[in-house]
Design a protein around this ligand. Structure first.
Ligand code: FRU
Length: 516
């Protein structure tokens, strides 16, 4: 009996090594649907971006990671670094679960003044602040199984020491109590933690990242249609073209998104170091992204003042189907890095998102699109390399009801972006874009109301194998959507139905892949 069991084990091991060979030797990053210029984990499961912090020439990206399967499981913090926000180096796992629980989402900061005392000599500690999720606690009566813990690193995030005084924020009896984002508040010279607490946000303050005091809360029970609150962020941002500073809160929600499922919204207001006061009712919903696939995004800490950008990245999926999308070796990508901007509009201050300029370095060859009038379906490019492209052009609608752009493959699958003039909706159509049968929530059309309606628009779209990111009117509207074609896209077309549309000159850039 014993021998048979051992023989079985050896056989399983041999099979794993043979089948998993390429995996053990490092991924080629060429599997079907694998984005070529977006961050993806080498293998297995990934969700939220965590602990994004800049230090000593490196952008750090930690992420929710289950390393042993391509579905969600006991969470670790995976880790990668980049010197340009575009090319990423995968590093070993940074944080493993421990006796307090799994390592859920959180943030990281550089403790420049060594308020925590974890620093050594001239080296400030990098400190991760994250949620502990206790699996045993979850399965026993009581609501107190989520707490906040901290860990520090003195070697640029390569190795970590958990604080022996963990947890630093005990659970006050709230079932969903998680995703701490910590910032240094200059005005009051102390740390601020913003936390998602079930159906509201809570703020805590600390002199040293170890001792936290409750300061205020916001929004309790205000948006039941959006489900649980998750992954908040709080930061100051200058209004474009002025020196007025406002404060912005970003928060993600479990449901009720603009096109269904999990979603992210923002509030604009003021913050005095203890309390955030929105300029509008907390019930007012401003979407950060109108697509279905930008979730749990937050911004980088410690971007040098000389740079000054507020840099954002989100997880490019949706909990409605994230664990079932048709990739196996790895699951999920991050959005492109974006800078956030606060812009005065007819409707008040609104957040705009722009792809970071560093992405321009990926452009290899460029094809100019001539100004033209389009009526019906018009192919403008046919080329086997259209799966990784950046397309930008201005549209001046004439009298057509619906006009737009389409990428298609030889199998007749396509992804379309169009503007429906009568309803002033941008519509993303992924209903014939390839594999969709993994979830009834996946196929369909996504609607983005353009308000006020306009006849002139600039569209800037990144397509990367299985994703599109559309930035409209210099980032005033953003749409992130994923899709799974069965072969590469090879045809780019414009279309205009019931009338003609004018396309001003545009460009198609081919983009090179970021993996060696
Ligand atoms: C958001 C989220 C967070 C949580 C993490 C767990 O996607 O549910 O609230 O910390 O994922 O993986």
């Amino acid at each position: 009996m014993k021998t048979t069991k051992r023989a079985n084990h050896v056989w399983v091991l041999v099979t794993l090594v043979v089948l998993g060979g390429p995996r053990l030797l490092g991924q080629s990053f060429e599997e079907p649907h694998r984005p070529q210029f977006h961050f993806t984990p080498e293998e297995a499961w990934m969700n939220d971006p965590n602990g994004m912090v800049y230090y000593d020439g490196e952008y750090h990206l930690f992420y929710q990671h289950y390393p042993y399967a391509s579905v969600w499981g006991p969470m670790h913090w995976g880790h990668a670094v980049s010197t340009d926000l575009v090319h990423w180096e995968h590093l070993p796992i940074a944080l493993f679960p421990d006796e307090h629980g799994l390592i859920f989402s959180g943030s990281a900061v550089i403790d420049w003044n060594n308020t925590s005392g974890f620093g050594e000599g001239d080296t400030p500690p990098m400190i991760a602040i994250y949620t502990y999720h206790n699996m045993v606690g979850e399965r026993t009566p009581g609501e107190q199984f989520q707490t906040q813990g901290i860990a520090y690193s003195l070697d640029k995030g390569r190795t970590w020491t958990k604080y022996e005084g963990n947890p630093v924020v005990p659970n006050p009896g709230i079932r969903d109590f998680r995703d701490p984002k910590v910032i240094w508040h200059e005005g009051t010279q102390r740390w601020i933690m913003i936390l998602a607490a079930k159906d509201r946000l809570q703020l805590y303050t600390s002199p040293n990242l170890k001792d936290w005091t409750f300061a205020s809360e916001l929004g309790q029970g205000s948006t039941p249609q959006l489900g649980v609150w998750e992954c908040p962020d709080l930061f100051p941002l200058q209004v474009e073209g002025t020196d007025q500073q406002k404060w912005v809160i970003i928060v993600s929600h479990g449901g009720g998104g603009p096109n269904g499922g999990s979603c992210t919204r923002y509030m604009v207001g003021d913050f005095d170091g203890s309390t955030f006061t929105p300029d509008h009712p907390v019930e007012q919903i401003n979407w950060l992204d109108y697509g279905k696939d930008n979730y749990a995004g937050v911004t980088w800490s410690d971007i040098p003042e000389a740079d000054g950008r507020r840099l954002f990245m989100g997880w490019m999926s949706n909990w409605e189907y994230a664990t079932r999308v048709p990739t196996t070796e790895w699951r999920s990508a991050m959005t492109l890095p974006r800078s956030l901007h606060l812009r005065e509009t007819d409707r008040g201050l609104r957040l705009a998102s722009k792809p970071v300029e560093e992405l321009n370095a990926l452009r290899t060859s460029t094809t100019d699109i001539a100004a033209q009038t389009v009526s019906g379906h018009k192919q403008v490019m046919k080329d086997a390399t259209l799966s990784e492209v950046e397309v930008s052009f201005d549209l001046a609608n004439s009298d057509s009801h619906s006009f737009g752009v389409e990428l298609a493959n030889e199998a007749g699958e396509y992804i379309r972006v169009h503007y429906d003039r009568a309803s002033s909706l941008i519509i993303i159509d992924r209903s014939n874009a390839g594999i969709m049968d993994f979830s009834p929530a996946f196929p369909g059309l996504h609607y983005i109301p353009i308000d006020p309606p306009t006849d002139r628009m600039d569209w800037h779209i990144y397509f990367d194998e299985s994703s599109l990111e559309l930035f409209v009117n210099d980032g005033a509207y953003v749409v992130t959507d994923i899709f799974f074609p069965t072969s590469a896209f090879s045809q780019l077309s414009f279309f205009a139905f019931h009338g003609a549309a004018k396309v001003q000159a545009g460009k198609v850039h081919r983009l090179e892949r970021i993996w060696d």
